[in-house]
Design a protein around this ligand. Structure first.
Ligand code: NAP
Length: 254
């Protein structure tokens, strides 16, 4: 898929992976619409990338519908839909409030589903386009103390895999990008630090490069760093062995 002249809507374009992707796509000549909630940050990234910006709170049930309508008002078309906005929560699941769990499901899973549902008619009518979902290795393997987060990302990956069948022959492609740990405001925003040695944090630019490669080469699924494919495959092929290794090496009590 050509990036120059394409219109891209990036959710979570105000920060981290979304902002890094916006900078790279702008350099490739893509017309951008960036969304987020933090006005100043959003305007800064938009000014840097020549993007249009739209404030949108995707934790509100009506947020995705308002955003889809506003984006179509701004550009009239969407060629590239980057569903990246997301939030985390870490801790024992019994300590999580119902509201926090619902928020995670709304922002990480329901909002991307709803934006896809609402923008697909335009994209399939165009007969050409691409949707990228930013999932997580957590959704491929499960992670201790991130049960709800991991469940939202597993749901997102499965939604994308199923959607790809629906869209076969439509000209609209679907990719899933599964990062490990990325050095962004994600951890500060969720209110707890990343406290494990592995996987080591990588810069958001590296995820942005992978995301763009997923679009240009129309790859179904890319892990970043790429070695994370191995634990994900092991989890799929031999879940008991994976769990034994995880309990022994990753989640050993200190
Ligand atoms: N960082 C990691 O280690 C890591 C690893 C795997 C996957 N991911 C995924 O990567 C994606 C991007 O995260 P990041 O690391 O770049 O973190 P980040 O810097 O915190 O960025 C998150 C983005 O999502 C937006 N967002 C959050 N809640 C929102 C809401 N209610 N409505 C609208 N926008 C909202 C934020 O916008 P505002 O700040 O403007 O509200 C921000 O632009 C997420 O889906 C995350 O799950 C991250």
């Amino acid at each position: 898929m050509r990036l120059d002249g394409a219109v891209a809507l990036i959710t979570g374009g105000s920060s981290g992976i979304g902002a890094a992707t916006a900078r790279k796509l702008a350099r490739a000549g893509t017309r951008l619409i960036l969304t987020g909630r933090e006005l100043v940050q959003l305007q800064d990234v938009a000014a840097e990338t020549g993007a249009a910006w739209l404030l949108a709170d995707l934790s509100e049930p009506e947020g995705p519908a308002k955003l889809a309508a506003a984006a179509l008002d701004v550009a009239g078309r969407i060629d590239l839909l980057v569903l990246n906005a997301g939030i985390g929560w870490a801790g024992p699941t019994q300590d999580m409030s119902a509201a926090a769990a619902a928020d995670l499901v709304q922002v990480n899973l329901l909002a991307p589903i709803e934006l896809t549902r609402l923008l697909l008619p335009t994209m399939t009518k165009q007969g050409n386009g691409h949707i990228v979902f930013v999932s997580s290795i957590a959704g491929a393997t499960g992670v201790r103390h991130e049960a709800v987060y991991a469940a939202t990302k597993a749901g997102l990956s499965c939604f994308a895999d199923s959607l790809r069948y629906d869209l076969a022959g439509s000209g609209v492609g679907v990719s899933v990008v599964l990062p490990g740990v990325v050095n962004t405001a994600f951890f500060a925003n969720r209110g707890s630090k990343y406290d494990r040695a592995r996987p080591a944090p990588i810069p958001p630019d590296r995820v942005a490069d992978t995301l763009i490669r997923a679009i240009t080469t129309r790859r179904d699924e890319l892990f970043v760093p790429s070695w994370l494919r191995l634990p994900a495959r092991l989890h799929g092929a031999s879940p008991r062995l994976f769990r034994w290794l995880a309990a022994r090496f990753a989640y050993r009590s200190k």
